[in-house]
Structure formats: C-alpha cells, structure tokens
Design a protein around this ligand. Structure first.
Ligand SMILES: NC(=O)c1ccc[n+]([C@@H]2O[C@H](COP(=O)([O-])OP(=O)(O)OC[C@H]3O[C@@H](n4cnc5c(N)ncnc54)[C@H](OP(=O)(O)O)[C@@H]3O)[C@@H](O)[C@H]2O)c1
Length: 332
C-alpha cells in the first residue's frame, strides 16, 4: 500500500512570492502549482512545452485561485537550447517590477522508450538534455531574477534512480552525451531506464557544483541562492504513459500495474519539493540530495568524488553553452 507523507508545509511563506515551475502541466509539477495557488502565491509561471496542455492545466489550477495569484504560461522545451533562451529572454524583457523570482522548480523530466525520439534539436541525447543540461542552461538565464529575491531557492526534481547507477568514471567523449548513449533495437530504446538514472545522478552532481559556485560567487547577491534536489517517492503521474512514445506493451503494462498498486498520488509526491521550498533553512545542508522523507542523503561514492563532479560540470557547462563566468568555481 502507498505510504503517505506526514510533512508540515508552511503555506504562509509563499504568499506574495513568485514561483516558476517547469513541467507544470502534469504530474508533480501540476500538483506543486495547485498547492502554491491554494496557498496564495503572488505570481505563478507555468513553464510548459505544450501550450495546449498548459492552457488546460491552467484552467484547472485557476479553480483554486481566490484571486490572489497571477498565473501565466511561458513556453519552454528543454530539448531546445533556443527555446530555453527564449524563455530567459521573455523573462528579462518583462517590466522590472516582475523580474524577481523567489522559487524555481526545475521539475520537468522524462524517460524516452522510443529510440527514434532520442536526439534533441541540439543533437544531444534526449534524456541527458532534458533531465540535466537544459536545467543548467535555464538556471543561468534566471540567476539575475533569483538574486533579486530575499530567499531564493532552486528545487530540482531528481530521483532515487541516481542511487541505482554508476555513470562513467570520466565523461564520455561522445558529443551526444557524457553518459551512456541509447541502445536501440528497431525503434525501441532498450536502456531507457538506465539513461534516466544516469541523467538523475548527473543532475544531483550538478546541483552540488552549482551550490559551491553560488556560495563563492563574486556577486554577493548570488550567495543567497539555496539549491536542493530530491526524490519525490514512487508517484502516479503521466511519466510512464506518454502516447507519443508508442511504448511497447511489455514496458507500459507492467509499469502501469506497479504504479496503480504502489505509487503515491502527485499531491503527496509534491510535498517533498514544497517542504524544501518553504522550510526554514537554518542548519540545512546546501546543494544536497533529499529523500522523499526530506532527509539529506548521499547518492553514492561518485557524487562524493570532487574531480569527477568537476569533470562532469565542465562538460555540461560547455554543452549547454553556458558562460563559465556565470558560475565561477574555486580551483580543486
Ligand atoms: N513519477 C515518479 O515516480 C518520479 C520518481 C522520481 C522522480 N520523478 C521526476 O519527477 C519529475 C516530474 O515527473 P512526473 O512524474 O510528474 O512526470 P509527468 O507527469 O510526465 O510530468 C513531467 C512534466 O515535465 C514536462 N516535460 C517533459 N519533457 C519536457 C521538455 N523537454 N521540456 C519541457 N517540459 C518537459 C512534461 O510535459 P508533457 O506533459 O508535455 O510531457 C510534464 O509537464 C521528473 O523530473 C521525473 O523524473 C518522478
């Protein structure tokens, strides 16, 4: 039976704030947005790749709005660095009074069982770009907005999958991905879950380096930014159920059976992120991975290896086209 989380959330702390949630139209992202609106957040920005899905989700979320929240949609597709830049440009082109961001939920993520859909517009492996690289690129665009907040937080959705895998001990020289690449049989991606787990280990590593960079940043306003990544639990969402992937029944039937039997609901799964977004940060580790019960945890030896972390960080900064000066790091 699914276990429910017994977490106290401080709803008052979001009143009047601005949150951006990427992957807001479904699953955990949708549940976070609903909670934020129910708790009278000032401004909610739903970052979604499909405007149709986003509009439908927004009209559902509006039902919870007492009038205190302005809800807007901005299109973003993490599989395109151009789309990420366009999101960043739209953000900076707003009236200066709207440019502050208090909470950034880097929530979007995917598993791609269809090998024909494993390459992005930028010629990277899809899981690598959408679950790791794209978030890093977006964060660079939003740093000035976050630095305007008194209590800025970046909450990234990782996964316990990060604990189940070892990534290569040095980034691969494959230009598509520093991780393992897709293994195909016809149009099936045989190792889609392994690629997913690798991407989650990578984002956990990137969060550690990101926090180190921000904590030592020459711009003191950036040193306020708190970074956390977390596992939400095993949650019933749409992640394993995307029509467009035309997943094999041998993949989708058992996964859906497991989900229907053991998974918790999306509002339950979202609580870990909402806790990290609203709790007091006193005494809390920065840049850490948190389990679904909000305990900080290690995801294994590789994540503790400073050289390995730095090598992956450098590769991702290069692939994302991020200016290394945006994220200076102390020498090893
Ligand atoms: N469900 C679980 O048990 C579980 C466990 C551990 C971690 N997670 C993580 O939780 C996060 C949320 O997933 P979920 O379970 O809520 O799945 P979901 O229902 O599929 O929601 C994922 C959201 O991300 C969006 N998205 C996917 N690819 C994107 C892209 N290229 N650009 C922009 N948005 C994109 C999806 O948009 P579309 O609706 O258009 O696809 C959707 O809005 C993911 O990072 C996932 O890895 C989930």
């Amino acid at each position: 039976m699914a276990k429910l989380k017994n977490l106290e959330l401080n709803g008052k702390s979001v009143q009047g704030k601005t949150a951006i949630c990427i992957g807001a139209n479904a699953g955990l992202g949708f549940a976070k947005c609903e909670w934020l609106v129910e708790n009278n957040i000032g401004r909610l920005v739903m970052g979604c790749r499909s405007l149709d899905k986003a509009e439908k989700a927004k009209s559902e979320i509006e039902k919870k709005n007492t009038g205190d929240t302005e809800i807007i949609i901005i299109k973003i597709d993490l599989s395109s660095l151009e789309s990420i830049k366009s999101f960043g440009d739209q953000w900076s082109d707003q009236d200066p009074s709207c440019r502050k961001c208090d909470l950034l939920f880097c929530n979007a993520g995917l598993i791609v069982p269809n090998a024909d859909m494993s390459t992005t517009e930028d010629n990277f492996e899809m899981t690598y770009q959408c679950n790791a690289l794209g978030h890093l690129a977006l964060i660079e665009h939003l740093l000035p907005a976050l630095s305007e907040s008194d209590d800025p937080r970046i909450i990234v959705t990782s996964s316990n999958g990060a604990k189940l895998t070892d990534i290569p001990n040095a980034p691969s020289e494959n230009p598509r991905t520093p991780l393992r690449d897709v293994r195909k049989y016809k149009n099936y991606a045989l190792n889609s879950f392994a690629l997913y787990s690798d991407s989650k280990k990578l984002i956990t590593i990137l969060c550690r380096e990101l926090q180190t960079s921000l904590d030592n940043h020459p711009n003191v306003k950036y040193r306020k930014i708190f970074v956390a990544n977390y596992h939400p639990g095993f949650v019933k969402t749409t992640i394993s159920n995307k029509e467009e992937y035309k997943a094999l029944k041998v993949f989708s039937v058992p996964v859906n059976m497991l989900v229907n039997t053991f998974a918790i609901s999306a509002p339950e799964g979202a609580k870990t992120a909402l806790f990290l977004a609203t709790c007091s940060l006193q005494g809390k580790p920065r840049g850490a991975f948190w389990n679904e019960k909000t305990q900080p945890q290690s995801v294994g030896k590789q994540a503790e290896d400073t050289k390995l972390r730095r090598a992956y960080w450098d590769r991702c900064v290069k692939d994302a086209g991020v200016n290394p000066e945006s994220f200076p790091l102390p020498p090893l």
